[in-house]
Design a protein around this ligand. Structure first.
Ligand SMILES: Cc1cc2nc3c(=O)[nH]c(=O)nc-3n(C[C@H](O)[C@H](O)[C@H](O)COP(=O)(O)OP(=O)(O)OC[C@H]3O[C@@H](n4cnc5c(N)ncnc54)[C@H](O)[C@@H]3O)c2cc1C
Length: 345
């Protein structure tokens, strides 16, 4: 079933934009609706449709929900062998469908599952893949997908095309694209697919799922994030960051410097190699504003920066900048929040 890379293909045989939908324990992962939102933007003014392919078992009700996001069709690959994610099973079932239906573009979430399956799908199908895109556009001159991503350690943005192979495949990190709007009525249809999958196709089996035990945080959906950088001077500095976050009902974020120092877990890291966030308010405390950090938070509605160095690059992107020592500024902010809360009805 594999198509050789560079084997001549007729580009006009390929149409529509597909989103590889993701589910965990039968629940749709939010990256799916983010990719649908982006796919809907990309099909505007073209004859292409937006389709989702999702694999699983007995998740019909959950799959139906996708139709309320303006999707034209959902291919639901249903098999007991696809109940939990396996690289072998999912990539075989989805690659077969892609080779049969010939989508022009395939979007994959850069989640742990997407990062696993994306390259495998591309290799099976014989096409290219651009990982971790932060911007996707259609070239109005030839309809090709312009896939932009940070390159050379985030120091420049590279726009990459896939000129001779199809589909054009890109992974996009969760939180980067805006979710599709949930509509009152469903428009599309679900087509159920039975894959030609056998037990022996899946080499690695999931024996047991063990929760990590760590308290999960949800930076992607947080409305308020208070982030600490190297300026907090040590792990105990996060006590102050957490105190402000708790007072504001927000989450704690971090720069990579603190994660690398072992002051906080990687799940708190914001930036190019951490989580991409777009909260209403992002408070950067003792963070210089390196380009790799900005890549993960510059789409926040309001950015407040606290830094002792008036020349720190973070002040070029923030809406409100406070030049001062965070050990003095944060307690003063908390006092003001208490005063405001005292007036709340
Ligand atoms: C490939 C690659 C990927 C990367 N990915 C990421 C990423 O995902 N996220 C990320 O954050 N970084 C990432 N980095 C690292 C990035 O380049 C920076 O090194 C990092 O963001 C710096 O963290 P920082 O701002 O906390 O530390 P610093 O740059 O050291 O800044 C500390 C700041 O604290 C201020 N300060 C000091 N004392 C105080 C005080 N008492 N009160 C207030 N301010 C004070 C200082 O003036 C300074 O501006 C990446 C780098 C590479 C090469």
């Amino acid at each position: 079933m594999r198509r050789k890379v560079n084997q001549a293909i007729n580009l006009s045989d390929y149409k529509d934009i597909w989103v590889i939908g993701e589910q965990r324990e039968g629940k749709i992962h939010p990256v799916t609706t983010e990719l649908i939102g982006e796919a809907k933007k990309l099909v505007e003014g073209t004859a292409n449709q937006v389709m989702v392919v999702i694999a699983g078992h007995n998740i019909e009700a959950e799959v139906e929900k996708l139709l309320y996001y303006g999707v034209d069709k959902v291919y639901y690959i249903n098999s007991p062998l696809l109940e939990t994610f396996s690289t072998d099973g999912y990539s075989k079932a989805i690659a077969e469908l892609i080779l049969e239906k010939k989508p022009e573009i395939v979007l994959v979430g850069a989640t742990s599952i997407g990062r696993d399956i994306g390259p495998r799908l591309a290799a099976k199908i014989g096409t290219g893949l651009v990982a971790d895109c932060t911007k996707l556009e259609i070239d109005p001159s030839d309809g090709k997908l312009l896939q932009t991503r940070p390159a050379f350690g985030g120091n420049l943005m590279a726009t990459i095309i896939c000129p001779i192979n199809r589909p054009q495949m890109a992974t996009v990190r969760p939180g980067v694209m805006k979710k599709a709007v949930h509509e009152a009525n469903a428009v599309g249809v679900v087509e159920k697919i039975s894959p030609t999958l056998k037990d022996e196709d899946i080499v690695a089996k999931v024996v047991e799922m063990i929760p990590s035990g760590k308290k999960r945080i949800n930076l992607t959906d947080a409305k308020i994030i208070v982030s600490g950088g190297r300026g907090i001077k040590g792990p105990e500095g996060f006590d102050l960051i957490k105190a402000l976050a708790d007072k504001l009902g927000g989450e704690v974020g971090s720069s990579r410097a603190c994660v690398d120092c072992g002051w906080i877990d990687h799940m708190h890291q914001v930036g190019q190699t951490g989580t991409t966030v777009r909260p209403v308010v992002y408070i950067a405390c003792g963070i210089s504003g390196a380009i790799q950090h900005l890549a993960g938070m510059s789409d926040s509605d309001y950015i407040i920066a606290i830094n002792t160095d008036p020349e720190a690059p973070i002040f070029k992107v923030c809406d409100y900048g406070i030049v001062g020592d965070l050990k003095e500024v944060i307690p003063a902010m908390m006092e003001e929040v208490d005063k405001l809360k005292a007036f709340e009805l």
